[in-house]
Write a protein that binds this ligand. Structure first.
Ligand code: DON
Length: 573
């Protein structure tokens, strides 16, 4: 009897903690090679550490996830000039835990009123790439300032003057030039130095490059930020900042007028939703293609036993690639600004349609892409879009991706206002079938029209578990964003990786055209050979995305910044 009692006590002593552990802490495991940052209350994960810290500072001051997100958004405009911005646009997804409510803010740039379908065609009817990417015609009406202020005013708890202050301090007092940004500026030097204002803002007075550690002051940017502090978004879209934007346009042949700026509005849209293995996926709707296609692809992949095939096995990667091809083929035909084109969101994210796609996939053979793309690899454009994710102590989450499109946008800074302009107009389809800078093709749905927003691949996502915000993630990477986010989600939801391990795992990309698989280093030559044997063709290996992720665990929060980009930070409080 005593023995039995002793046995039960000893057994319970083993079993209870084992249960408690598996329920409470599947995230930190001794068998993981990568582990996330942990904090008790809140977390901001961003591609630049000081901007993440600016957000965490708001959380520590009692602000919510939206306050932190807006602080990080403004701070990145100072500390990460290649992607953080005032002159670009993006998408912010918010989930308020207590109200169980999602808000999807579209602050994507808009084509100015004078834009038209053939804007980038030359006399012979060919796309003039230079015009579409590096002239002032490439600039859409910026949405960032309106988007951030809209989020703060409607869903934040703090004053604009408090959340914008870290950005102002860093611009006015200067920051130490970081090593990654010094390197990136030197790589883009030629493009930036063509424009006197850009040369002045991003290089020393004698024209030489900053070295890592040098003090870098941005006075004109501080001027703009201080006007926003005083007058809100009005300061950017009317008045002196707007006048400086328009003066730049008039001097350099751009289209944006005072009326275009005054007319800009962010739009709240209905988020797209899907389910995978008991999780609820919430994502950005069009004019981003990311949410629709992540959900479409998860619907297709849900029908396979991926775990049995094994993470990054040839059999698994084959199914991923075949699914990606079909989703990107649909993207080229059906996706665009929903205010101008009836995007069939429900049909594309329907489980029945996913089953049809699945039945067309041969598990033992690659299907060649329906059309052959120009025989070229994807253009290697430096990383430039940026994502950040926030969770606060109440469990609210923000997932935000914003961009200038290319690194430093079109390279043209607004004289006297200190910020760069986007070249987002290249995300439109300049001519049916002609690929944009990311090799993406499109047609009617994404043709240029006045007041229309160009189709995007940006994919901010929030995942709910048991009805509560559980994970927020997203990535830069142009056309590769959707697939980077897809693999991040699968790594966590299907393969039970913690968010740091899921981030570090090698990724792969296929976008239908060109008919090529792009892999990251780390996928083995044996795996590649197995895929070649069943008909897949490979492009040059490349780095795919840079996710920034947070997760809520019982009693703690987790953060993971992507090691693919130097200088990132997951800052908790
Ligand atoms: O909105 C889009 O899809 C593109 N403008 C994003 C560009 C991008 O991610 C570049 N980053 N590598």
């Amino acid at each position: 009897m005593v023995r039995l009692a002793l046995f039960i006590v000893v057994a319970l002593a083993w079993i209870v903690p084992a249960f408690a552990q598996s329920e409470q802490a599947p995230i930190i495991r001794y068998d993981a090679r990568f582990n996330p940052v942990i904090a008790p209350n809140g977390m901001v994960a961003a591609q630049e550490r000081r901007a993440a810290a600016a957000g965490a500072e708001m959380l520590a001051a009692g602000g919510n996830a939206v306050d932190a997100a807006v602080a990080t958004g403004f701070a990145l405009a100072v500390t990460l000039p290649q992607a953080g911005n005032l002159g670009g646009g993006g998408f912010m997804l918010i989930h308020l835990a207590e109200e169980n409510r999602t808000i999807a803010i579209d602050y994507r740039e808009m084509a100015p009123a004078a834009a038209h379908r053939d804007l980038f065609l030359d006399a012979a009817g060919n796309v003039d790439r230079n015009l579409a990417r590096f002239s002032l015609l490439s600039t859409g009406v910026p949405g960032t300032v309106a988007g951030l202020v809209h989020a703060l005013e409607n869903y934040g708890t703090m004053e604009l003057e408090d959340v914008i202050q870290p950005a102002i301090d860093m611009a006015e007092d200067g920051i130490a030039m970081s090593y990654p940004i010094a390197q990136s500026l030197s790589q883009r030097g030629e493009r930036l130095q063509r424009h006197p204002a850009s040369a002045r803002y991003f290089f020393k007075e004698d024209g030489s490059a900053y070295a890592g550690g040098d003090l870098w002051v941005q006075e004109d940017l501080a001027w703009t930020l201080k006007r926003i502090r005083r007058k809100g978004a009005e300061a950017f879209y009317r008045g002196r900042v707007a006048e400086r934007i328009v003066a730049e346009m008039e001097a350099g042949g751009g289209l944006i007028t005072m009326a275009d700026l005054a007319a800009y509005r962010p739009v709240e849209r209905e988020a797209v939703r899907g389910r995978y293995d008991g999780y609820e996926i919430i994502a950005m709707p069009p004019p981003s293609s990311g949410g629709v296609h992540v959900i479409q692809m998860l619907n297709v992949l849900e029908g396979y036993d991926l775990r049995r095939l094994g993470h990054n096995s040839a059999a698994y990667l084959h199914l991923l690639v075949e699914t990606m091809k079909r989703a990107y083929a649909d993207r080229s035909e059906y996706l665009g600004d929903p205010d101008f084109y009836p995007v069939p969101v429900a049909a594309l994210t329907d489980k029945g349609y996913a089953a049809e796609i699945r039945s067309a996939i041969d598990p033992g053979q690659a299907t060649p892409s329906a059309e052959i793309a120009p025989a070229k690899d994807l253009r290697a454009e430096a990383p430039n879009t940026t994502h950040y994710s926030v969770v606060d102590a109440a469990g609210n989450m923000v997932s935000n991706t914003y961009t200038l499109n290319f690194s430093y946008g079109n390279g043209i800074a607004v004289t006297g206002a200190g910020f760069l302009l986007n070249n987002e107009m290249d995300d439109f389809s300049a001519k049916p079938g002609v690929p944009n800078a990311f090799g993406l093709v499109g047609g009617e749905a994404n043709a240029i029209e006045a007041g229309k927003r160009p189709l995007s691949s940006m994919t901010p996502v929030i995942v709910l578990k048991d009805g509560r915000p559980w994970m927020a993630t997203g990535s830069p990477g142009g056309s590769t964003i959707i697939n980077a986010v897809l693999q991040m989600l699968l790594n966590v939801m299907e393969f039970d990786m913690n968010i740091a391990a899921a981030t570090a795992a090698p990724r792969l990309h296929h976008q239908w055209l060109p008919d090529r698989v792009f892999i990251e280093p780390g996928i083995s030559p044996d795996t590649v050979a197995a895929l070649v044997a069943i008909g897949h063709q490979f492009g040059r290996p490349r780095i795919l995305g840079a996710t920034q992720t947070v997760m809520a665990g019982p009693g703690v929060v987790y953060g993971a910044t992507d090691p693919r980009r130097a200088g990132g930070g997951a800052e908790g409080y």
